[in-house]
Design a protein around this ligand. Structure first.
Ligand SMILES: C[S@@+](CC[C@H](N)C(=O)[O-])C[C@H]1O[C@@H](n2cnc3c(N)ncnc32)[C@H](O)[C@@H]1O
Length: 183
């Protein structure tokens, strides 16, 4: 996961927005020469930890307490949006992706790492069986979302994304996709 994050974040450019930034695990992975870094997170407790981390690592970034379904930013105003392990938790991922698309400029990219519904039917059935329990123990995370199909509805994902295996995690959240979705 750390290597996937590093590889993906190194490609962020220009004016960058991160959604569901959590406690800021991505902040040290961004290139130093971004035009602007705006980190958003709806959970005030996580946002406090994110701000403390920014101070600790001496990284300049703006922060804002907001969910991805309503982003208080102008349309076509970001070059890059980043979301890692977020679309599994967002209550309305369709609305979130509509907003992400709105704030991205034409040709702008959503960089994503998400754990997703398994291609293997047996594992997908296990994900369906566990979804309620997992949601309760993992802060609202859905282990069975078909996030790639959803990304494809809003963006041009193309064949460039890669799949990976989230080692050390329970099987129901191990299937990962990582890549960029272009507006
Ligand atoms: C599994 S954590 C991932 C955190 C971080 N992105 C990372 O990669 O470590 C899921 C994050 O999604 C956030 N989240 C929950 N609802 C959200 C929403 N409606 N919009 C944006 N983020 C949301 C949570 O607060 C949490 O920070």
């Amino acid at each position: 996961m750390a290597a996937l994050r590093r590889e993906l974040l190194a490609t962020a450019e220009g004016r960058v927005l991160e959604i569901g930034a959590g406690t800021g695990r991505n902040i040290t992975g961004y290139p130093a020469e971004l035009t602007e870094l705006m980190l958003t997170e709806p959970d005030p407790a996580m946002l406090r930890r994110l701000r403390r981390r920014l101070q600790r690592v001496h990284r300049a970034a703006a922060t804002l307490c907001t969910g991805a379904e309503t982003l208080p930013f102008e349309s076509d105003s970001f070059d890059t949006v980043v979301g890692t392990l977020v679309l599994c938790t967002v209550p309305d991922p369709d609305a979130a992706l509509r907003e992400v698309r709105r704030v991205l400029r034409l040709g702008g990219r959503l960089l994503f790492i998400e754990h997703v519904r398994a291609d293997d039917p047996e594992l997908a059935r296990r994900q369906d069986r566990w979804v309620r329990t997992w949601r309760a123990i993992a802060a609202g995370c859905h282990c069975n979302r078909a996030t790639l199909a959803l990304l494809d509805e809003h963006f041009d994902v193309g064949p460039t994304y890669r799949t990976a295996d989230w080692r050390g995690m329970p099987s129901i959240v191990r299937p990962l996709i990582c890549g960029q979705a272009v507006k």
